[in-house]
Every structure is written in C-alpha cells, then in structure tokens.
Design a protein around this ligand. Structure first.
Ligand code: PRP
Length: 206
C-alpha cells in the first residue's frame, strides 16, 4: 500500500475549514483549489527533470526543466474542483475528463464520459477526485487509464475512507494515494464519516 497522508499544517487547517457546515460554496471551492495545490506539490516530488541553461542578467546559469507531460484526470463532477490550481502550477499539463457517477443503490460507478485519444499522451497521470469512499470510482478510472496505456498513475484526493484505500490498493498496488486525511469509516449509504458531506453538491451548490 502506498498511502501518503499529508502532515502539512496548512493542509490540516484548510481541511478543517472545508469540513465545516458554515463554509459556503464559494469558500468551499477556494479551499478545494488550495488543498489541490498543496497535495499536488507533495505528489510530484519525483517529477523527472532534464538539465538546461538559462541566461540571467548576470550571465549563464545551470538549471532544470520538467521533462514529463502530466495528465490531469478529474473524475466528474467533484474532481473538477481540483483541476484549476494544479493546471496553473504544473509546466506541461493536459486535462482528460472522465465522467463517472455512483449508482445510489449499488454504489457502483457508471461511466458517462470518456474522450481519451487512442494512445497515451502523458507520462504521468494524476487521478483527481476529492473523495475516495468505496474506491469504486477511482478503481474504474485507473482501469480506464491502464487500458489506455498509462504507465505511471497517482491518485490525488482530499479525504479517504479506509475501505476505499484498501480497495484501490488491492486493485492497483502500484498507484500511490495522496490525501489530506484518512477518515474513520464509511456509513451505511457510502458516505465518508466524519467527512465533509457530498463534495459535488457543496462545490456546485446543488
Ligand atoms: C462521489 C465522489 C467520488 C465518488 C466516490 O461522486 O466525488 O467521485 O462519489 O465514491 P466511491 O469511492 O465510492 O466511488 P458522485 O458519484 O456523488 O458524483 P458527483 O461527483 O457528480 O457528485
């Protein structure tokens, strides 16, 4: 299992504000955006670089440039909230949306949008979704990406339930999981407890 729970004080502070029922939709989106940036920073520590030189006002300096294309793969809807900040932070990035919703009865993911091209175009894929509950949506997305031919895949989310971590790790042991917090459990309707409610609804005001 490759579970990374952030220990950064800013992540803890922002997550606490995110959970709060007093946080409105606008603030909720802002916090998700900021958490995404902080978690992405941690998840990209192993990004490959190539050596380069750059002209400074004082002469030439040795430097580095990111040499990998990163594919951001938000799971709609709630994963969309994690895209904007990360897209601005990373140098070479593509965004590939995957549409999945959870059937409320079975809790199984149902695919409704996938426009991936025939061949993989990114060296690293970051699956973005704030909530890892049963793990069904994340597993289905990683399945899609592996069929596409993606070789290096990471999951970046906000909250995880132990059940989701177990399921994703069992299905895809080579996919690191980066989250702000590991919560206690899932409740009987598949929501993370204590969690933050329905991330998609809180993000989009529905
Ligand atoms: C929620 C959440 C995840 C999924 C997690 O999405 O955003 O995508 O459930 O659950 P799982 O780990 O059990 O699969 P939902 O299906 O409610 O869709 P939405 O994002 O459009 O609200």
């Amino acid at each position: 299992m490759q579970l990374h729970v952030s220990s950064h004080p800013l992540v803890k502070h922002k997550l606490t504000r995110l959970r709060d029922t007093a946080t409105d939709h606008r603030k909720f989106r802002e916090l998700v955006r900021e958490l995404a940036l902080l978690l992405c920073y941690e998840a990209t520590q192993d990004l490959q670089l190539k050596a380069t030189t750059v002209d400074t006002p004082m002469g030439e300096a040795q430097g580095w440039e990111a040499s990998e294309v990163i594919g951001l793969v938000p799971i709609m809807r709630a994963g969309l909230g994690l895209v904007d900040g990360i897209q601005e932070l990373l140098p070479t990035v593509q965004v590939w949306h995957i549409g999945l919703y959870r059937d409320e009865e079975t809790l199984r993911p149902v695919e409704y949008y996938n426009k991936l091209p025939d061949r993989p175009t990114a060296q690293v894929c970051l699956v973005l979704d704030p909530m890892l509950a049963t793990g069904g949506s994340a597993i289905a997305t990683v399945d899609i990406l592996k069929r596409w031919g993606a070789l290096r895949i990471k999951y970046v989310g906000v909250l995880a339930a132990p059940e989701g971590v177990q399921a994703l790790s069992a299905a895809h042991p080579n996919v690191p999981i980066h989250v702000a917090e590991l919560d206690e459990r899932l409740n009987e309707i598949g929501f993370i407890v204590p969690g933050l409610g329905d991330a998609g609804d809180r993000m989009f005001g529905t």
